[in-house]
Design a protein around this ligand. Structure first.
Ligand code: DC
Length: 207
């Protein structure tokens, strides 16, 4: 069986950590689709039109070392609201999802638009304060000069834009399992997700 796992949710809810852990546990390839929108958004900050940035994206763009800044996150959310930009990025994501060894993709519209047939879907969430605290610590740890209040405001603004847009808004797929990580440590969330994947698909962890 070719296993596809779709993971969606708002910023800093724990999607990335959960996705990497599931990919490692089941021997699957992992794609952080937020990175694609960040790479497109990053290029718009240099003056490249958004659609051109999406249409001419290369693997090297995804390796830029400044994709995790607050400015790039905001630009990513802005370009992600443009339907033509999203359309230009669909094929790459679907091709990745179909790879023969199976895949985990995380983002905002994976279970709803990119991989509606994924065998297992999660919507990972946490309270605004918990998510902002996590992102605040992460940004401080990577040398960014931010305040908790600015991080919280940025997250709320981005979530509002990502869920209110007309094109592929962030929302749980009807068949997604919602994981609230506000009060759960990551090991507990990963353990819960692994057993759910095994129950649903019969696939056993390889690690
Ligand atoms: O996951 P992230 O925070 O790195 O994503 C950055 C932005 O990209 C996010 O605010 C919205 C957009 N995005 C999207 O619209 N659809 C996806 N599948 C992934 C990210």
């Amino acid at each position: 069986m070719r296993l596809t796992i779709a993971i969606d949710g708002p910023a800093a809810a724990g999607k990335g950590t959960l996705s990497r852990a599931l990919a490692a546990a089941f021997g699957l390839a992992h794609l952080d689709t937020g990175l694609i929108y960040r790479a497109a958004g990053r290029r718009t900050l240099d003056g490249t039109p958004a659609l051109e940035a999406a249409q001419t994206m290369t693997a090297t763009d995804l390796e830029a070392d400044d994709l995790r800044t607050p400015d790039v996150a905001r630009a990513a959310s802005q370009v992600a609201a443009i339907p033509e930009v999203r359309a230009a990025l669909v094929d790459f994501q679907r091709a990745f999802a179909r790879r023969s060894g199976g895949s985990v993709l995380d983002g905002r519209d994976i279970g709803t638009v990119i991989c509606p047939d994924a065998e297992v879907k999660f919507f990972v969430t946490a309270s605004d304060d918990v998510r902002a605290e996590r992102r605040f610590r992460e940004l401080l740890g990577t040398g960014h000069d931010v305040t908790f209040e600015s991080v919280l405001a940025d997250l709320k603004e981005r979530d509002a834009r990502d869920s209110a847009r007309a094109a592929a808004p962030m929302k749980p797929a009807v068949d997604a399992v919602v994981l609230d990580t506000s009060e759960m440590d990551i090991d507990a969330a990963v353990a819960a997700a692994i057993s759910l994947v095994t129950d649903r698909t019969g696939c056993q962890p390889v690690t």
